[in-house]
Design a protein around this ligand. Structure first.
Ligand code: 6R9
Length: 646
């Protein structure tokens, strides 16, 4: 839980000029309140449907929702062709910048043609509506082209973050039953090519059902080639016709699967569908950021492999005909001012990123942003974890020049789109708080029994009404969907897994995960996943992992391990080996910050590890309640083992 919920007293009212011309004004809340379904129906009309729906919401079998029942549309058509048909073909969709400095400017007309070619290529490869396509790519335009090509032909994309390991990719390919993998030789990160194809080769060799691997050439690294299976993107896609007639799919046709960590080692495949998802990402993108498609330059500085990339690099911005910036690499390459240089170069007016990045910029110092012209910025956004007031104020002052509202957007892979956020032309901002449920969203704070709490209290965050971009299930596991999200307080209340506080004004402050999912730099990693990996190492008998608060990454991974009797070496070497092992196994993001070798772990009578106590240790606090431990003396043993610095 974050400690940043104190009563930071300052308020930042909406800038007058912005408020006067804002896309949405204060009356939007009342409109949504008076008839929630009619409100969402109005937002759905922002899209182009080939067949109108018969019913806005079917909630007769909760928690299985159907939105815009009977409606038909093509998601890619809504993101591309319709803008071209309306005369905006020459508008830039993406200013893409590679890490080495190469650039590509892609208009809506070009992107439409590229997506049509890719759609024709997928069809030639036998991909059909409903088939799953894995996408394991760097941050290059072809990633977006591949996603939209899937959407266009009704195939379901499953993007796996390029930082994840071959293991993670293999288990996701298997779970989703992917028939095709789209990848690249590699991408640029931290000034060097970073290979992707070897992980795909490894993953695919351990799975069944993948017929082809389509490879984009980006870094020109050497790649192994499996004849008959592997195909170059430029060989197959470039020769296709740039025309393709989009087919309309049902509003509830699956659009994509995105895997996210749960409390068990097996990741959950969150399923999103078409009509409701596109409605809510388009509307939130337009309202939360006050997007003006003719004049704004919009930049979500995040990876496409995160849900934030899906909703706010790809679908929301394209549905709204935004001009976006997309950047391949890391913020410190080739120098720490790279992002600010891009803001200056493209005159970015809306920037959306994660608190962990802001805290890194803080560490690097305000002189760096001060060296660039950032006056084009007018709205800033934050996502991924609670933003502590200190970072908020720094962001506001040093990047926003004291004049840009910051929208702190709370949402999840599961919610698909913004759920709790200020509105830039309406809300009096409070640094550190996401404040207000989005219009048409019903978020409440409840106690352990599900009773709604009043102002000035702390409890659990729940969503009490279905929303258009909600997840529809966990891929292949309806029971787990019900158990995980819709059982704690009954089948009609969504349990978000986050703690929340309502302050005296009724504003909501998010307090972090209440389950055992860690949040490292905005990435969710389950404790169980890291524990499983550690225990898989021959030297480790048992492991317990906790997320300890970390000034830069939000949370850092701290592991406690008990060695096997046969493991002689318990020194630094072994600890390094274990860290590398986890990094290779799951991905660098999961590498523990610290590993402590201990003799025993604190457990309850039912055998559950009491991570709460280990978190106390990892964060150097007095121990909380130890009465449910089988043996309370183990905590003394653990504390005795600690290095003085921990
Ligand atoms: C979009 C995204 C979801 C979890 C969520 C919460 C945390 C996200 C937040 C926030 C406080 C915010 N979270 N945004 N906490 N304030 N503005 O991050 O999705 O990767 O699924 O993570 O992230 O704990 O439950 P996802």
């Amino acid at each position: 839980m974050s400690e940043s919920t104190g009563s930071e007293g300052r308020r930042f009212p909406a800038p007058e000029q912005l408020a006067a011309s804002a896309n949405v004004g204060p009356d939007v809340y009342e409109q949504a309140e008076s008839d929630r379904l009619a409100f969402w129906e109005t937002q759905a009309r922002r899209l182009s449907w080939t067949q109108e729906w018969d019913e806005v919401l079917d909630w007769t079998d909760p928690p299985f929702a159907k939105w815009f029942v009977g409606g038909k549309l093509n998601v890619a058509y809504n993101c591309l062709d319709r803008h071209v048909e309306a005369g905006h073909g020459d508008q830039v969709a993406y200013h893409w910048e590679g890490e080495p400095g190469d650039t590509r400017t892609i208009t809506y007309a070009q992107l439409t043609e590229d997506v049509c070619r890719a759609a024709n290529a997928l069809l030639e490869l036998g991909v059909q509506a409903g088939d799953r396509v894995a996408i394991y790519m760097p941050m290059i335009p072809e990633t977006i082209v591949a996603m939209l090509a899937c959407a266009r032909i009704g195939a379901v994309h499953m993007v796996v973050f390029g930082g994840f390991s071959a293991d993670a990719l293999a288990s996701r390919i298997t779970d989703a039953g992917a028939v095709l993998v789209v990848t690249a030789d590699g991408g640029y990160r931290r000034g060097a090519p970073s290979a992707l194809k070897p992980a795909v080769d490894d993953a695919v060799s351990r799975t069944e059902g993948v017929r082809n691997v389509l490879v984009v050439r980006r870094t020109e690294q050497d790649v192994e080639w499996t004849e008959g299976r592997d195909l170059w993107w430029h060989d197959v896609v470039d020769r296709q016709s740039p025309e393709h007639t989009p087919e309309a799919f049902d509003a509830e046709h699956p659009l994509y699967i995105m895997y996210t960590s749960g409390t068990t080692a097996k990741p959950k495949g969150i399923l999103h569908t078409s009509g409701g998802y596109l409605t809510q990402v388009a509307y939130t993108h337009w309202a939360t950021f006050d997007l003006k498609p003719d004049t704004d330059v919009y930049w979500t500085a995040a990876d496409v492999g995160w849900v934030t990339g899906h909703s706010y690099i790809v679908y929301g911005p394209l549905a709204n005909r935004a001009t976006s910036v997309m950047y391949e690499g890391t913020p410190e390459t080739p120098h720490r001012g790279r992002w600010f240089e891009l803001i200056e170069k493209y005159r970015v007016s809306i920037l959306y990123t994660a608190p962990t990045v802001i805290r890194t910029f803080m560490k690097w110092g305000e002189d760096i942003p001060a060296g660039f012209d950032l006056t084009s910025l007018r709205v800033l956004g934050s996502v991924g974890e609670p933003i502590n007031p200190e970072a908020w104020l720094w962001y506001h002052q040093n990047i926003g020049g004291g004049r840009c509202p910051i929208v702190d957007t709370w949402w999840q892979t599961e919610t698909g789109a913004h759920m709790i956020t200020p509105l830039p032309g309406v809300t009096d901002l409070k640094p550190g708080s996401a404040q207000t449920p989005f219009p048409g969203i019903s978020a409440k704070v409840v106690d352990d029994e599900g009773n709604e709490l009043g102002d000035d209290s702390t409890g659990l965050l729940v969503l009490t009404q279905p929303w258009p971009s909600m997840l529809r299930t966990i891929w292949g596991d309806d029971d787990r969907y019900v158990d995980t999200y819709w059982s704690r307080f009954g089948k009609e209340v969504y349990f978000a897994g986050d703690g929340a506080k309502k302050d005296a004004d009724g504003d909501i402050w998010l307090l972090g995960r209440v389950d055992d999912v860690m949040n490292v730099s905005g990435h969710r990693i389950s404790t169980t996943e890291v524990e499983s990996s550690l225990v898989a190492h021959p030297a480790v008998a048992e492991a317990a992992v906790v997320g300890a608060s970390d000034p830069t990454t939000g949370q850092g991974i701290v592991a406690f391990v008990i060695l096997r009797g046969s493991a002689q070496d318990s020194g630094e070497d072994l600890v390094q080996q274990l860290r590398t092992h986890v990094s290779k196994d799951i991905g660098p993001i999961a590498k523990p910050r610290q590993i402590m070798v201990v003799q025993e772990l604190p457990k309850t009578r039912s055998g559950k590890i009491m991570r709460r106590l280990l978190r106390d240790v990892a964060e150097n606090r007095e121990l909380g309640d130890v009465t449910t431990l089988t043996d309370s003396s183990v905590m003394n043993l653990i504390k005795d083992k600690l290095p003085a610095t921990s």
